[in-house]
Design a protein around this ligand. Structure first.
Ligand SMILES: *Cc1c(COP(=O)(O)O)cnc(C)c1O
Length: 360
């Protein structure tokens, strides 16, 4: 068996040891005589799996006791609607920061439910930076301020936590959750789909401060009402049980590797190898402002896009897959989430050097 070096933006690479354990436990989880997929979500086995996953996530992120952890469905795109339904709390408007493709989607969706104030936009930099906090035109009466903590397509990441005063900060962390420590107490709500940096698609993580829930708009579907889900331990409807189980194994893997501080260092090392090379090379380029570069998703272009196909073919021949950039922007993109080993990034840079030597 040979596994590829997988640079997919999501669903994405998972730790091999997690996949092996899942394979070992596939037919008979811990002597239960069942696969996790076959268990009742109300049975003691799955309730234990669910509780352990939540406890580990709380431990990894040091989530304060006054926050609920919800395991939901609908993905981050679902949350684009679910957040305003739940968090407007009778207020008319919400502030959004526009940093690229994913925040653009959040803004468009929120407009169905709320008056949206785009309090800052990186459009002038063609979405290659995070607008400086001093430039944000925040409304003190806004229900919340929404940011995309890591623009998965543009490769732009917040390396600071914006102070939004008394207005709750809401962050889409789909593509950088658990990549480094986060001070959860600075946020009103954090959400993310699991399929980038946690586990299988189908699970959506929501971390929300107690006082912000319980005032959902009456039209909010019950399955998407944070209060109802919190009151039912995220089991108002059947949760994505197998995805919760795999997420729990990934949380254990992160803990065994030293937790989020160790993950942050691992991710810094990997990103530095790639960005240092991109900056030295006249053949490849990355457009993002240095201070705002993503440690998770690294878009880059070849000097001549006519070489893109040859580059991708050569990569494929070396077992490196999913390097093609998002269809909306073209070029290349290497997603280097937690589960990407340093050796994978080194192999990519070695190949890039070889390709540059041949075609530069
Ligand atoms: C992938 C992604 C999404 C979309 O997630 P879905 O699970 O497909 O709804 C939204 N926001 C960000 C930042 C993403 O990376």
């Amino acid at each position: 068996m040979s596994r590829v070096i997988n640079f997919s933006a999501g669903p994405a690479v998972l730790p091999e040891s997690v996949l092996r354990q899942a394979a070992d436990e596939m037919l008979d989880w811990h002597g239960s005589g069942m696969s996790v997929m076959e268990m009742s979500h109300r049975g003691k086995e799955f309730i234990a799996i669910h509780a352990e996953a939540e406890a580990l996530l709380r431990e990894l992120l040091a989530i304060p006791a006054n926050y609920k952890v919800l395991f939901m469905q609908g993905g981050a795109i679902g949350e684009n609607a679910i957040v305003p339904m739940n968090l407007l709390r009778g207020k008319a408007s919400a502030d959004y920061i526009h940093t690229g493709e994913w925040s653009k989607k959040s803004i468009a969706e929120a407009k169905k439910y709320a008056k949206v104030n785009v309090a800052a936009s990186a459009e002038a930099s063609r979405f290659t930076s995070v607008p400086a906090r001093e430039t944000w035109q925040l409304d003190p009466d806004a229900a919340y301020v929404h940011i995309c903590a890591n623009e998965t397509i543009g490769g732009v990441e917040y390396h600071f936590t914006p102070d939004t005063g008394a207005v709750p900060l809401v962050a889409d962390m789909s593509s950088n959750i658990l990549s480094r420590p986060v001070d959860v107490s600075k946020y009103g709500l954090i959400y993310g789909g699991a399929q980038k940096n946690i586990g299988p698609a189908g699970l959506t993580i929501v971390i929300v401060r107690d006082d912000l829930i319980g005032q959902a708009h009456p039209f909010t579907p019950s399955a998407f009402d944070y209060k109802q889900q919190a009151d039912n331990d995220s089991m108002l409807n059947t949760p994505p049980t197998y995805a919760v189980y795999i997420a729990g194994l990934v949380f254990r893997w992160i803990k065994a590797r030293g937790g989020l501080a160790a993950m942050a260092e691992h991710n810094r090392v990997k990103a530095k190898i790639l960005y240092d090379y991109l900056d030295r090379s006249a053949f490849y380029s990355n457009p993002v402002a240095r201070a705002d570069r993503s440690l998770m998703n690294v878009p880059f272009r070849l000097k001549d896009e006519a070489l893109d196909d040859a580059f991708l073919k050569g990569a494929q021949a070396r077992g490196m897959v999913q390097l093609k950039g998002h269809r909306s922007v073209g070029g290349m993109r290497a997603s280097i989430y937690n589960a990407m080993p340093v050796e994978g990034v080194q192999a990519l840079v070695d190949y890039m050097k070889e390709f540059e030597a041949q075609h530069g």
